[in-house]
Ligand binder design. Sequence first.
Ligand SMILES: [Zn+2]
Ligand SMILES: [Zn+2]
Length: 342
Amino acid sequence: MKAMVLEQFQTPLTWQDVPEPDVGPRDVLIRVVANGLCATDLKITDGLVPTVPLPHIPGHEAAGEVVAVGAAVPGLQPGDHVTVYPTEGCGFCDHCRLGVENYCATAPRTGFELNGGFSQYMRVAGRNAVKVAPELPWAEAAIIPDAIASVYHALTQRARVQAGETVVIVGVGGLGIHAMQLARLRGARVIAADVMPDKLQGAAQFGPDAIVNSREEDLPRRVKELTGGQGADVVVEGVGSGAVAAVLPDSIGCLKLGGRLVVLGYNYGVPLAVDTADLIYGQWSILGSRASTLQDVVEVARLVEQGRLKPVVSEQFPLEQVEQALARLRESPPLGRIVLTS
Ligand SMILES: [Zn+2]
Ligand SMILES: [Zn+2]
């Protein structure tokens, strides 16, 4: 079979012949149809993620059709449409037993420590292949476990957004556009902030209660105005990469007494500076949130199937053009996800 292979960090991926993966009794083999592209893929190809071995097939947001099913995998059949939860939890540590596989210290992940979806076929642990309705477009199915479920985890399990609260979404890219929808779904009032007018325009169709161009307006001041001087209950930072350092001070500045900041975007070596007096007197919670649980993925899949949540796909590229897609993501991340199709 063919795959897009990363031979060396900081060099282009190449389309080459590779052996078909071994499929164990607890695995399934899928024909990969779509892969979401994530800012983490830039970190992986740049060599910043220390656990990624070489040569490597990236892709941690895959969806595809089941073509072979291991003898010990119940409930899946060839022809089923599945989306892939990347974290293969050990199943035996306390975290896995509590259902938070994303905390499992030894879990390898497809597209990180294991080969991912940038290939014609892919081995997936049967438990991680989450069946979705066949009517769901492939590109939308692919982005459920990462771009959407990670945000769902952040809002429901970490920030625990409640009905009637005010949530500020900083950055309406691939994560923020789904955070907006999920915050509304939980009954919160949503303020969307970004510096790109076209993204804010695109975000408007998802019904935020207010939109702030944080390049033209002082975001903390505007949020205070919109909340009767109180500030926001929850601020979701969804920018990440190079911009995360620039937006965190303003994100913190939006918090009300007792507010929660949840940080989704990240970059290595970027510290978070906070005045400790503000932190103590403000009674703030600063929350990191990484990935999602298998349960989150199943819940999000149902919300998408019910039409209550719309996966936002901005652009699609054929898998063979992954380098163009990565360049596009690096220079200006679009409103929703970029998806690779095959
Ligand atoms: Zn990702
Ligand atoms: Zn575990």
